[in-house]
Design a protein around this ligand. Structure first.
Ligand SMILES: O=C(O)CCC(=O)c1ccccc1C(=O)O
Ligand SMILES: [Mg+2]
Length: 354
């Protein structure tokens, strides 16, 4: 099989070119998400504009290097042309106690334009009853017309997933994202759900973005759709290739990116030949402050501009960080040094791969 890539990769920029304009930020969050309450990101500046490099801190060099390839693709390679000028986005609800659902959803602002919510389930220490209560509280808040999807992040076993989805189906689920970790189990689960007429489509996320072979999901018939993220998959060109070759519908999602990375996600979503689902690009609402589109107190300002979420949609564009925000959110000398070393290691790994 030919390698997963249609374009010639851009020549690797020099390490100096990556590091010279780099700014490292640490964004405070309203609510714990994925076990963190601050999000660190390195912002790089290429010929195309500002791009984000933000693999989670615990990722090793091999995994983080794919994210660097994604940032380089975005900043240094001519980008795929948009085919739409508006991208619908979903609210993302962290795995909070049911009583906190209204307060957390309030961070998304006016909910009258809300059309889709993704709910994290099976969080650390959560029982299925906690997930049920969270979904019940959300339905009470938003009604029955809003689409609701869940994300399990692979935390259920196969039997557990079948039992849980058979129960949660009554909330009317648009789909369940990565209900089990293993791709073969995903295929088995999908078969079992079909055999028992449980009407919950399956989406694959980690099985695509963390897999050696992102096309195995499609080959095994393990999912109804795939989640794609620009950075971890190595950039927009590779994502478009994966999506085309999978033959599956795709949903673009953030990796809890700053405003700079969210804009890259929106440009990718705008370039997908087909897009029938809301994209997970409203996660900026989980931050109390961001690198652009906020005033000095973190209140949102530029939300009706290109690249920013407004009324649960984004007009694709490029986002430039504000100098003030970069200073306010600066991660400090020690953390910046850590990111320099990380980028050097990832750069070396990419250079070795050729
Ligand atoms: O898809 C969304 O709605 C938001 C993005 C999201 O959930 C996410 C953000 C960071 C890391 C992992 C994930 C995930 O989809 O599992
Ligand atoms: Mg996911």
């Amino acid at each position: 099989m030919r390698p997963l890539r249609t374009e010639e990769p851009a020549p690797l920029p020099s390490l100096d070119e990556l590091l010279e304009p780099m700014r490292v930020v640490s964004l405070p969050m309203h609510t714990r998400f994925r076990g963190i309450t601050r999000r660190e990101a390195a912002l790089l500046h290429g010929p195309n504009g500002w791009v984000e490099f933000s693999p989670f801190l615990e990722y090793d060099t091999a995994e983080a290097a794919a994210w660097l390839a994604g940032a380089i693709d975005a900043g240094w390679t001519p980008q795929p042309a948009p085919v739409r000028d508006r991208v619908s986005v979903n609210a993302t609800l962290p795995a909070v106690p049911a009583g906190e659902v209204p307060a957390v959803m309030a961070h998304y602002g006016d909910l009258s334009a809300l059309h889709t919510v993704k709910v994290k389930v099976a969080g650390e220490g959560d029982a299925l009853e906690d997930d049920r209560a969270r979904l019940r509280a959300l339905r009470e808040l938003v009604g029955d017309d809003v689409r609701v999807r869940i994300d399990v992040n692979g935390r259920w076993g196969l039997d557990e997933a079948f039992a849980a989805l058979a129960q949660l189906a009554r909330f009317g689920l648009e789909y369940a994202e990565q209900p089990v970790a293993d791709v073969e189990d995903l295929a088995r689960l999908r078969e079992q759900l079909a055999a028992h007429d449980v009407p919950v489509p399956i989406a694959a996320d980690e099985s695509v973005r963390k897999a050696e072979d992102p096309l195995r999901v499609a080959e095994l018939g393990a999912a109804d759709l795939i989640i794609v993220k620009a950075q971890p998959l190595g950039g927009a060109h590779r994502v478009l290739d994966v999506v085309a070759r999978s033959g599956l519908p795709a949903v673009v999602s953030s990796a809890l990116d700053t405003a700079v990375g969210i804009a890259a996600g929106a440009r990718l979503a705008a370039a997908l030949p087909a897009l029938d689902h809301a994209c997970g690009l409203a996660t900026g609402a989980l931050f109390t402050d961001d690198v652009a589109g906020r005033d000095a107190h973190g209140a949102r300002t530029a939300e009706d501009a290109a690249g920013f979420v407004h009324d649960f949609a984004i007009t694709p564009g490029w986002v430039e960080p504000d100098e003030d925000a970069l200073d306010r959110l600066d991660a400090g000398v020690a953390r910046t040094g850590w990111w320099r070393e990380r980028i050097a290691a990832c750069h070396a790994a990419l250079a070795e791969r050729g």
